[in-house]
Design a protein around this ligand. Structure first.
Ligand SMILES: [Zn+2]
Ligand SMILES: [Zn+2]
Length: 161
């Protein structure tokens, strides 16, 4: 894998808007939460990274926001969306497209698997393997180059509720 790029993102626009130190992020400048502006986005990114390290499931942006806020209460939705696309660029996460258009995110590099979408609680779970016989569904003479498979229904927790 490629090495992680250190990206310059972040809090610059905030610093600029405050006038005095236009053009460069000032390490001593404090954000509303009291964390130095220069370190704030790193703290938030680390929290989001940790969320995915601890989750066995693909997560939607609102779910990431909720879990990240349990670690860093000041994290906002804009930071979540920006960090998610950065993590995809960096190869740490991959998007999971669900039927119906929702996009979730999971750790990159997992072995071939599919997902179970619980329509009660909206959680998505990994499903191992796929039987490997889906190619046989294609008409004779067709070349199958890939497939998507999402199971839907009620997860064990929701079934028991
Ligand atoms: Zn459920
Ligand atoms: Zn498969």
């Amino acid at each position: 894998m490629s090495t992680r790029r250190v990206k310059k993102t972040s809090t610059k626009s905030v610093a600029k808007d405050r006038g005095a130190h236009a053009g460069h992020a000032h390490a001593e400048q404090e954000s509303v939460s009291g964390i130095p502006a220069g370190g704030r986005s790193t703290v938030q990114r680390d929290a989001i990274r940790r969320v995915f390290g601890e989750s066995a499931r693909p997560l939607s942006p609102p779910q990431v926001l909720e879990l990240a806020r349990a670690i860093v209460p000041s994290v906002g939705a804009a930071t979540i969306y920006r960090s998610l696309s950065q993590f995809v660029e960096e190869g740490f996460l991959v998007p999971v497209e669900l039927p119906g258009g929702a996009t979730l995110y999971e750790r990159a590099g997992k072995v071939h698997h599919h997902h179970f979408h619980c329509t009660r609680c909206d959680r998505v779970y990994d499903v191992d393997g796929c039987g490997g016989k889906l190619e046989k569904l294609a008409p004779s003479g067709f070349l199958v180059e890939g497939h998507d498979l999402t199971l839907t229904g009620a997860c064990a927790t929701c079934r028991a509720a």
